[in-house]
Ligand binder design. Structure first.
Ligand code: HEC
Length: 132
């Protein structure tokens, strides 16, 4: 009986570690995808690359906003964010390039999971309550 319980506990624990490991590897894929495709405009860990992302640049366009929870990204549904990644900003008068054919569906979802992981806990909770 004792052995059975020990075995049961270790199975339960390992399944719990497994799902953590899977989530971590998804976020790792998202991080790599972000660093290869997005970091030039959105900055390290989505912090942005300008001091004030609401201020127009010399050419009249707006800079890429931070994606780390300090701007508006978390106000938008996963569907809308995916739409921005797929089609870029040009349909709405912006200049972000489209990634529809440049990333796989798995990479796009992983990037969204990575961005979510960068947000402060309270924002993650609000987001999950609203959209997940
Ligand atoms: C060449 C610069 C550039 C690159 C590269 C880029 N973006 Fe953007 N991104 C922008 C700009 C600029 C905006 C604001 C809308 C616009 O002007 O198109 C934006 C907006 C966004 C938004 C909407 C933000 C919000 O608050 O709703 C998301 C999400 C986003 N980008 C994700 C990404 C991801 C993910 C990648 C990489 C796969 C990426 N961007 C690559 C420039 C870029």
């Amino acid at each position: 009986m004792k052995i059975f319980i020990v075995a049961l506990i270790s199975v339960l624990l390992s399944s719990c570690f497994d799902s953590d490991a899977q989530a971590a590897s998804k976020i790792q894929l998202g991080k790599t995808t972000f660093e290869n495709n997005c970091v030039v405009c959105h900055g390290k860990a989505g912090q942005g690359i300008v001091k004030d992302w609401k201020k127009r640049q010399a050419d009249g366009s707006f800079p890429a906003p931070p994606l780390n929870g300090s701007a508006h990204t978390w106000h938008h549904s996963p569907k809308l964010l995916l739409n921005t990644i797929n089609n870029g900003g040009t349909p709405l008068g912006g200049w972000m390039p489209a990634f529809k054919d440049k990333l796989t569906d798995k990479e796009k979802q992983a990037v969204l999971d990575y961005l979510h992981s960068l947000w402060p806990k309270n924002i993650q909770q609000k987001y999950n309550a609203r959209f997940k």
